[in-house]
Design a protein around this ligand. Structure first.
Ligand SMILES: N[C@@H](CCC(=O)N[C@@H](CS)C(=O)NCC(=O)O)C(=O)O
Length: 145
């Protein structure tokens, strides 16, 4: 299991603002800061580190996991609003598997950031059909007899 990883970025402040906004729907926030580097995570434990190192930025790809498709949608909207470039709107990628629901954006350095949900959509439980008022009244009358 991955504990944390570090992404090289060309502008620490810019990437910090970007990731704080884009990953808010997943519950991420800035948890630690050291100079121009920072670590983001959920509940105060950083697992995504951003290290400012303009000379060695090489676009990479990583994916964060969620159990809810709505979080994928919210990530995509938040990332675009924070200045990301679109690299694939939320939807099923059936080439990966039938329930692979993901969205992709490019961060300020061109890193390909994905949020993915693998959970199948649960069938919505059907409510029993409501009886019409007249039918309800007749049923009550019968019950009183
Ligand atoms: N635009 C594509 C993006 C797909 C994508 O980036 N897939 C990942 C694998 S899950 C990939 O090919 N990453 C390699 C890379 O970014 O270099 C989509 O919307 O499906």
């Amino acid at each position: 299991m991955i504990d944390h990883f570090t992404l090289k970025v060309s502008d620490g402040a810019k990437s910090k603002a970007f990731y704080a906004a884009a990953l808010r729907p997943l519950g991420y926030a800035v948890a630690m800061e050291f100079g121009s580097s920072c670590g983001l995570g959920v509940g105060g434990k950083p697992d995504l580190w951003l290290a400012e190192d303009p000379g060695s930025v090489r676009a990479t790809h990583f994916a964060l996991h969620t159990r809810h498709r709505k979080v994928v949608d919210d990530f995509y909207a938040a990332a675009l609003a924070a200045g990301a470039r679109d690299n694939g709107p939320p939807g099923i990628r059936k080439d990966y598997h039938p329930n692979y629901y993901a969205a992709f954006v490019l961060d300020p350095d061109g890193h390909n950031v994905e949020v993915v949900c693998h959970a199948p959509v649960r069938a919505v439980a059907r409510k029993p059909a409501r009886k019409r008022p007249a039918a309800r009244a007749r049923a009550k009358k019968r019950a009183r007899r």
